[in-house]
Design a protein around this ligand. Sequence first.
Ligand SMILES: Cc1cc2nc3c(=O)[nH]c(=O)nc-3n(C[C@H](O)[C@H](O)[C@H](O)COP(=O)(O)O)c2cc1C
Length: 163
Amino acid sequence: MNMKIIIIYESTHHGNTKKLVKAISERFGDEYSLSCLPVDEAEGVDLSEYDIIGIASGIAAGNFYQRISEYVARKLPESKNVFFLYTCGIKIGDYSTGIRRTAEEKGCVILGRYGCNGFSDFGPFKLIGGISKRRPNESEIAGAVEFFGNIVGDYVKENDTEK
Ligand SMILES: Cc1cc2nc3c(=O)[nH]c(=O)nc-3n(C[C@H](O)[C@H](O)[C@H](O)COP(=O)(O)O)c2cc1C
């Protein structure tokens, strides 16, 4: 199936989220037409060309980072297939609800979300050597790869008209 996928990411704290994106790219970059781009290089990208758009970010104040949130609000076209990836210092609840709402307001189809812990030494956490040390770990990274494989596999099954 001829299909284009892009993951736009912001991973400025410790590169935690980028680890998920990199592992996905290493596993699936040859199998699918998959581009991965930091949000600060994504301004000129025409997202309407892509069948599936992934948005990946660390979490600040319970939401995807401000820059990528604003990018999604401005640039995400209507009615796209979208998924979310994130890493966070303390995993309580679903931190993708805010960004998901933005995408839903544009009539996008939400394919899924994956979140896991990521090391943080922000603010007072520095005093105790940080939280979520050595995270994301191997199995969390593998979980992100599996998540991606599953949602894209399902998408292909539902949309492959060449069968
Ligand atoms: C300014 C700032 C605010 C943060 N706020 C939260 C938060 O509200 N909840 C949380 O679980 N983690 C929070 N964190 C931790 C990061 O989300 C976590 O370390 C994440 O893995 C960083 O991802 P990155 O390295 O890809 O940028 C915060 C980190 C920073 C730097």
